[in-house]
Ligand binder design. Sequence first.
Ligand code: FES
Length: 574
Amino acid sequence: MSDHLRSSAWFVGDDEVAILHRVALRNSGIDGPLERRPMIGILTSATELNPCNLPLGELADEVAEGVREAGGIGVRLPVMSLGEDLMKPTAMLYRNLLSIEVEEYLRTYPIDGVVLLANCDKSVPGAIMGAASANLPAIVVTGGARPVAAFRGRRVGTGTDLWRAWEDHRTGRLDDEGWAEFERCLSCGVGACNTMGTASSMAIVSEALGLSLPGTSVIPTGDPARTAAARDSGRRIVEMVAEGLVPSTVLTDMAFRNAARVLHAIGGSTNAIIHLLAMAGRTACTLTLDEIGALGRGIPVLADVEPSGAGLIQDFHAAGGVPALMTLIADHLELDAITVTGRTWSKEIPASFPGGAALRDPADPLHTDGAFAVVRGTLAPDGAVLKTSAATPALFRHTGPAVVFTSYDDMRTRIDSPNLDVTADSVLVLVGAGPVAVPGMPEWGMIPIPAKLASIGVRDMVRVTDARMSGTSFGTCFLHVAPEAAIGGPLCLVRDGDLITVDVAGGRLDLDVDVEVLERRRREWVAPVSEHLRGWPALYQSHVMQADFGCDLDFLRAPTEAHRRFVPPVVGRS
Ligand code: FES
């Protein structure tokens, strides 16, 4: 390694400042020649509060060993652990904070490259957003999916089967004893959700973007191949530093378009659409919500994994994972996009792969024309998203009267009331759950089917909301309506009984109410008063953008050239 290392600004020299810096590391037990060895940050966030990220602790050790083998110095960068299960109101509130943490770590310390260890939903995009803004060499290592649970002889996928079992329990098809037994079955170990939830979707998106070593994103937790991948990534990041391979070289428009196409082909999480827009917003790329929708045209949904399909992530991995999927849709991809290997995808996709039931043949896809629809209209001027691959086609063109819930608490209080004025044709509407409202845009969008309808066999209804939903969720839920109700989007004007029309083929989501009536309602509308917030939630609420811009903070987008060319000043003691 030569003096071109960024960390040389700290360690090369014989003045008192360079000595101070070298001594600081030796005090941490890092010895030997420091001056010309790349300093590699290893992002860590393992905690018992986040079992999805718990495998990252051991993987960090493997990464460190790989870095050492390649001649670098690995240093841990402990960051906030974003766990979707336990953080309230939602880990999404903190994705941008994690990105700031990562960016500022990389900016202020003598780091030459970084390995982004992340797993649970928001931790992957948050880490990538920070690294993209800092633009130092970066490689992503995910932790894999947890083992598969079983209940009464059948496999249980994380999330998706819980929502189904809850539906069975609240409508009497699963008794109290069975419900308690089901809970005991769910504890099956550490790792990410093993369905095509947001974590798996983002791991796959990361690989498709070119940020992970090809073939590594869906290796299950505990598989020796994952350990090897972590070590390989540690070795590779040292090479990337020498090559000067930075995120802005990998994260091109081609890479984002490829990732969006792959997201369609896996029937991925709707959350990944928001994350793609946010990640692109940290680069010079121009990806838009409408483009993501349009990129699904002609793409077959091939990953037969819950909630769009029947298998689990382990099955998808066994069938060949992302490289196999990319081979099958190669005609739709831009294979000149580069990956962290330094090679283009044209050199990385395999000529053959194992195959299996979880990876459909393009001639027999789960769905055609992608997994998502983007709709606009009088109810969603800036767009809304439907996961078509996990919805009911018979509801793709529908008009029905609205049943409005003004908050999550309102919905939970009334949804199962026998007095709720609702039929199977109604359109369930949840407002006040967008990025500004809560704040953070929780995953409340899969509004439960009212008990009085579920008990007579209604399995799906049209639902409309400014919330998100879990990647493990399903149903005809029009999500991410923008602008949200809390900032005066048309959703705030909907009243019980108003007719709402959805037309997926036509790309429309409309409120069928006279303009004069809506104008009167708008004059009467009073913006919700936010409860007094302080600290991060207050900052977030003041600066968060809507879903069509990825819910990033306005001051974090579009890095300046000054950021990109950041060179540490001659550092001294202050
Ligand atoms: Fe963490 Fe699903 S809740 S990966």
